[in-house]
Design a protein around this ligand. Structure first.
Ligand code: MN
Length: 387
C-alpha cells in the first residue's frame, strides 16, 4: 500500500499523475498522438466501449437486480452503460487501500440503492469521478449519456472542488453551492453525500492528520447537510464515523455501554416492530418497518448538553415506518396511536409543516410495554427517486 503524502487527495494519485490505460495500451486503442489529441472514448466502437463481459458482470447484475426490485421500469441499459464507461475510464487506477478504483463508484451506487434512487442517479453515481479523475471529458459524457446525466456528473464534479480553507467561510459557501445544486437536481447532493459516506467508511487508508481533517469537515458540513435533507441514515453514520476518529476514547466508552444494554433494547424494539407489521398487514398497508440503529454521536451530544452520564440519558427507542403515500402516513399514525398511548407533546407533523427535507414525515412518541418511550417516524420518500 502506498503511504499517503500530505496534501494527497482521496485518490491514489492526482489526475495528472494517473497514467490512463489508453497510454499504457491496456484496453484502449492508443490515440494517434496522445500529446495532441485528447482521448476521446466516444470515437471507440460500441463493441469496444460496451464490452459484454463488463456490461453483464456479476457486480452490475446484482446492482440492476436491486434497482428493478423497487423500480421495475427503470432503465437497466443506462446503468449498465454507465458502469462500462466508468470501468474503462478508471481502469488501472487504485484507491489508497490498494483496491481497484472502480469499487468506489460502485460502492457509492450501492449506498444510493438503499435510498431507492432512480437509474439516472445510479448512472451519475457510477460516473461521478470520471470527469475529475480520468481524461474523459464532460462533453463525452454528454455525447454518450445525454444532457441529464452530464448535468448530474457536472454538478458532483463541481461540488467536489469545495476546498475547506477558512472553516466558517467554507461552511457558508459550500452550503450555498450544495443548495443551488440541489434545487437544480437533488440527485447531485445525494451522490455527493453517498460519496462522502463511502470515503468516511474507508478512511483508515489515510494518515492520522488527514483523517482528523476530513472527519472534522464531515461533522461540520456534510452531516448537517444530510440532516437538513432528512436523510437520517447517512447523517447518523457520517456523525458516528467522524466521532470515532475525533474522540476515539469517548466513542468506545459509549459504544461499550450501549452494547451492554443492547439485548434488552433490541428485544423491545423487535416486539414493537412485530406488532406494527401485523396490524399494517391487517389494514392492507404495505410499508417498510425498521428499528433505528444506535447513534453514538447523538447520545454523546446529549450527555454534553445536559452534563449527565450515559445512565441518566432518557433512553428513547425508535422505529421507522416508510409507506408510499401521504394518506398512508396518516393512517399509520392513527394505527400507532390506537395501539400505544402517545405523548402528545412529542408530536411533529412535517407533512403539513414541511422542513427542508427529502422526506415528508410524521414523528410521534408512544409509550410501549415496559413503560418505555418509543419514537415512531412515519414517512414516505419524496425526492429520492427523481427530481
Ligand atoms: Mn468519489
Amino acid at each position: 500500500m502506498k503511504i499517503p503524502e500530505p496534501g494527497d487527495d482521496y485518490r491514489t494519485a492526482a489526475p495528472s499523475q494517473v497514467r490512463h490505460p489508453a497510454q499504457q495500451g491496456v484496453t484502449y486503442r492508443p490515440a494517434p498522438n496522445p500529446d495532441d489529441a485528447p482521448l476521446d472514448i466516444t470515437r471507440r466502437s460500441p463493441d469496444d466501449l460496451y464490452d459484454p463481459e463488463v456490461m453483464y458482470s456479476p457486480t452490475i447484475n446484482a446492482l440492476i437486480e436491486r434497482l428493478l426490485g423497487y423500480m421495475p421500469g427503470a432503465s437497466e441499459e443506462l446503468v449498465r452503460r454507465a458502469y462500462a464507461v466508468a470501468y474503462s475510464a478508471h481502469l488501472g487506477q487504485k484507491r489508497q487501500s490498494g483496491e481497484d478504483y472502480i469499487n468506489h463508484p460502485v460502492a457509492v451506487a450501492y449506498i444510493l440503492l438503499e435510498m431507492q434512487a432512480d437509474a439516472g442517479a445510479l448512472a451519475g453515481a457510477l460516473l461521478h469521478d470520471v470527469v475529475e479523475d480520468t481524461p474523459v471529458t464532460l462533453d463525452q459524457i454528454e455525447t454518450l449519456f445525454g444532457s441529464e446525466i452530464a448535468h448530474i456528473v457536472d454538478g458532483v464534479t463541481k461540488l467536489s472542488v469545495l476546498d475547506m480553507k477558512d472553516k466558517e467561510e467554507a461552511q457558508a459557501g459550500s452550503y450555498r453551492k450544495m443548495f443551488i445544486a440541489m434545487a437544480d437536481d437533488p440527485r447531485v447532493v445525494l451522490i455527493k453525500l453517498a460519496d462522502r459516506l463511502h470515503n468516511m467508511r474507508t478512511l483508515q487508508a489515510k494518515e492520522a492528520a488527514k483523517q482528523q481533517r476530513i472527519a472534522r469537515e464531515t461533522l461540520d458540513i456534510y452531516a448537517p447537510l444530510a440532516h437538513r435533507l432528512g436523510i437520517w441514515k447517512i447523517k447518523s453514520e457520517l456523525e458516528d464515523l467522524s466521532f470515532k476518529i475525533l474522540n476515539p476514547q469517548k466513542y468506545r466508552e459509549i459504544a461499550f455501554q450501549l452494547m451492554l444494554r443492547r439485548e434488552v433494547r433490541e428485544r423491545i424494539v423487535q416486539r414493537v416492530i412485530a406488532r406494527l407489521k401485523q396490524t399494517l398487514a391487517e389494514e392492507n398497508i404495505e410499508g417498510g418497518i425498521t428499528g433505528r440503529p444506535k447513534h453514538i454521536y447523538s447520545i454523546y451530544r446529549k450527555m454534553e448538553r445536559k452534563g449527565v452520564s450515559l445512565d441518566q440519558i432518557y433512553d428513547k427507542l425508535a422505529v421507522r415506518v416508510i409507506v408510499s403515500t401521504v394518506d398512508e402516513c396518516y393512517r399509520v399514525l392513527g394505527i400507532v396511536h390506537s395501539i400505544w398511548t402517545p405523548m402528545m407533546s412529542e408530536f411533529d407533523d412535517y407533512i403539513a409543516v414541511p422542513k427542508e427535507s427529502m422526506y415528508r414525515s410524521l414523528h410521534t412518541t408512544v409509550i410501549v410495554p415496559g413503560d418505555i418511550p418509543c419514537e415512531v417516524q412515519i414517512s414516505h420518500p419524496r425526492n429520492a427517486r427523481s427530481r
